[in-house]
Write a protein that binds this ligand. Structure first.
Ligand code: AMP
Length: 425
């Protein structure tokens, strides 16, 4: 038997009902904040990711699904392609390629779709997983650099998690400064690591040379006491970055959004500047980050585009669903009615009635005239219907239908004209 590949999975009903409900809420809420959808390809030129996410990150150095695409002609070189491990790089590429900056306004873009990382699979960690990704990007003249954008994005996320019904989330906040701050901080880390790095894990020894900031991502327990004693990023922020971060926090305080500052949270991608954040949830176990994001003011220029400061985030959909399920969220949508034809020739009448109900917005399922009444009842119950509506010869003749509430057992005759209203109550 051929099975789904390790780290991938099928999303089945009724779970997909919950996914769709959450996605519908997300689309509706994003529209209220004037975000619009962008759809980019799921594979891109490998360089896009190595240049933006960073060569030294776990994502690029060991987790990408990469292949050489056959050259079309002998004179051509094979092109290295990769499945997207995240969405921001593709969106910024599209922003540059289609000159979205020339529109002069902030581009508030979102996309929902699969991402791919060759990680060790476990609960909440898959090789194909889904993200809801949103970005605000634009020329500085449109206000893209303002701390008001950061506050708006964080406030929107708080609203979103509240409206999808997630309770007890935590927001962790940090600022990783601008490129110059990062250079000074990296230098300080390098110095501080020199005398201790030989006691650390192999990954840290390599990172200490190539990209010391990444040492802060280390999860090896023995390395933690050393990392705790390293210099803190806040001591290396310049005045404008300090002010920016203070302004973001002041706005969050003003709207009553609670957060904690975590100076070790530098996020696993190199393109971040200034504000970085993660929302975590207790119901998730080890992989407790529901979403992460931050500012990336230099990414467009790094990819050869115009100056386009930006901020964005990615919600891990798989984890959001796990968190919602952990607090008892029911995935299944309610089925209002099961329409049960009873006797030869009744299928057509049942179909007509179901068509009327469905047109009026009632969710209805349909049986078959070959089923005995007992079987129709069983099927209606299995389908989780609230009511069963019986369509037999008598009913058709009188245009009144026997309707039974499957939970209470109460049965009444309802005239066709009143049926929608009755089922809706
Ligand atoms: P990142 O792009 O690494 O900042 O990830 C953003 C969010 O995507 C995380 O907070 C997770 O919720 C989710 N995520 C990242 N990697 C995986 C994965 N392998 N499986 C499931 N969710 C993931």
């Amino acid at each position: 038997m051929i099975k789904a590949v390790r780290g991938t999975r099928d999303l089945l009903p009724p779970d997909t009902d919950l996914w769709n409900r959450v996605e519908a809420k997300v689309r509706e809420l994003f529209a209220r904040y004037n975000f619009h959808e962008i759809r980019t390809p799921i594979f891109e030129d490998t360089q896009l990711f190595s240049r933006s996410v960073g060569e030294e990150t776990d994502i690029v150095s060991k987790e990408m699904f990469t292949w050489e695409d056959r050259a079309r002609a002998q004179s051509e070189k094979a092109q290295s392609l990769s499945l997207r491990p995240e969405a921001t790089a593709g969106i910024v590429r599209a922003y540059i390629e289609h000159r979205l900056g020339d529109r002069g306004t902030l581009q508030k873009l979102y996309c929902i779709g699969p991402m791919f990382r060759r990680e060790r699979p476990q609960k909440g960690r898959y090789r194909q997983f889904y993200q809801i990704d949103a970005e605000i990007i634009g020329p500085p003249s449109a206000g893209s650099e303002s701390p008001a954008r950061d506050a708006e994005v964080l406030e929107m996320l708080a609203m979103l998690l509240d409206e999808v019904g997630l309770r007890g989330w935590n927001l962790q906040l940090n600022s990783v400064g601008c490129a110059e701050d990062r250079a000074r901080y990296n230098q300080a880390l390098r110095e501080a690591l020199k005398p201790v790095v030989h006691q650390m894990c192999a990954d840290c020894q390599r990172r200490a040379e190539t990209n010391p900031l990444r040492v802060l991502d280390c999860k090896v327990p023995e390395d933690q006491p050393i990392i705790e004693k390293l210099p803190k990023i806040s001591q290396y922020l310049d005045e404008p970055c300090h002010k920016h971060f203070a302004a973001v926090r002041a706005m969050l305080d003003a709207v009553g959004i609670v957060y904690s500052v975590n100076e070790r949270m530098v996020r696993g991608l190199d393109y971040y500047t200034r504000t970085t954040f993660e929302f975590t949830h207790g119901g998730l176990g080890a992989q407790n980050a529901v979403l992460g994001g931050g500012r990336y003011d230099g990414l467009s220029e790094l990819l050869g585009g115009p100056k386009a400061p930006a901020i964005g985030f990615a919600i891990g959909e798989d984890r959001l669903m796990l968190a919602l399920e952990s607090q008892g969220e029911q995935p299944k949508e309610q089925l209002d009615a099961f329409v049960a034809p009873l006797g030869v020739g009744m299928n057509v009448h049942a179909l007509k009635l179901a068509r009327e109900l469905r047109r009026a917005g009632i969710t209805a399922d349909l049986g078959d005239e070959d089923f005995r009444l007992k079987k129709s009842f069983e099927l209606a119950e299995k389908a989780g219907a609230k009511y069963i509506v019986i369509v037999g010869e008598n009913e058709v003749a009188t245009d009144q239908f026997a309707v039974k509430n499957l939970a209470s057992g109460e049965q009444v005759q309802v005239p066709r004209a009143k049926l929608t209203e009755y089922l809706r109550q």
